[in-house]
Design a protein around this ligand. Sequence first.
Ligand SMILES: [Zn+2]
Length: 483
Amino acid sequence: MGFELNKSYSGFRLIKKKKIDELKSLGLLFEHEVTKAELMVLENDDDNKVFSATFRTPPEDDTGIAHILEHSVLCGSKNFPVKEPFVELMKGSLQTFLNAMTFPDKTMYPVASRNQKDFFNLMHVYLDAVFYPNITEETFKQEGWHYELNSPDDKVVYKGVVLNEMKGEFSNPESCIDRQLAHSLFPSTAYGFESGGDPKKIPDLTYPDFTEFHRKHYHPSNSRLFLYGDGDTQSYLDFLQEKYLKDFSHMDVNTSISHQRSFRKTKRKLMSYPVSSEESLEKKTYVLVGYKLDKSINHEHCLGFSILSHLLLGSSASPLRKALITSELGSEVIGGGFDDNRADTMFAVGLKGTELEHENKILDLIDSTLRELVENGIEKDMVLSAVNSIDFRLREANFGGFPKGIVYNIQALGSWLYDKDPFTHLRFEKVMRKIKRNMHKGYFENLIQRYLLENSHRSVLVATPNPTLGKKQELHFFLILIY
Ligand SMILES: [Zn+2]
């Protein structure tokens, strides 16, 4: 049926309606009249239907509160009081995707299915989980942290699902340095904290803080709901209203996200990570440089930089990757290039398998390679092939087994989460045309010049191996307990 702007349907008012040719979809944005929850619908003929609920959850410390909550709400709820609804769904449903993800500033609960009845059931279980979870103190201890003491003479140990998961993450130096880089680029914002939880800080979290975080963040007024595919929008609106939203009133929630003020000069941080005393320390250092770029709501910037990132690092022939590898200063390129998972985007590149004394050589090499590209111009066929490959990827919308709707949902959140038009990042045609028109007129050289070479907002991170650190960390865990 045709929905009309500013009219109400089952408690939802239609506030935006746009044809999105790129996705062969009609985009609808509804606002729930009472709670102000937003619902974005992409109507099209894809039978792989997607639903998700996303909450803005910027962290205020390193306790991993959002991550622990993400795990905990899937441990049973009011209408589905089974212990592990997630596991049951995995077995019994026709789902094509079922997950929950904690990002640096949001928590997302997506489901997908090709079967209409199954799809409604998945929505039901997930909405019940987020709005009415059984988050008892028991769940909190199991998913978050608790003490364990096996015999009176043993040392007390901390355990918990998320605590153990993050201990694993933190024992991987590459994951650690990536996380530290993002924190160091945005120190006075929510991104200065570890959204997954720092194993040393997770035991600071208390059960009352945990339930309060749920009360404040997992409310329709702080939610962004998403529907995609060939389903009937009116029946979705009825379902959402009747089963859930009609029971909520509006709540004032301030979860807005601030931007980082720019640095005047480069920061540097030296870290060390534990290795065993028998291990050789040779070629075990990591050197990584990161730059804060533009705001992620700037769609042209995001598209331009994804292409540039592919151009610089995408294959073994890409100029920056090639320069780093052939220098033999390190064994592997790290950093991952362009990243638009935060309100401000960033770019990171570096080498692992190197030595501390190579730090300046690596940084100089990155700088001189970029400078040469700007001075001599990037080879035309290289530019063309990078543009074409990203263009093709967007058009094919082949996301390696991921339902398309979920990828579009994440893309839309690049502006939607920051209170801007959710459709901007999906309508790539016009921006792509502009980039193509300018690609041989210094477009990418300008991006390099402005955002990488002339950018003083950068952080350098160096991680060296340290054979004595392992013991100290054990000690730290032991010490907290005494207080
Ligand atoms: Zn997890």
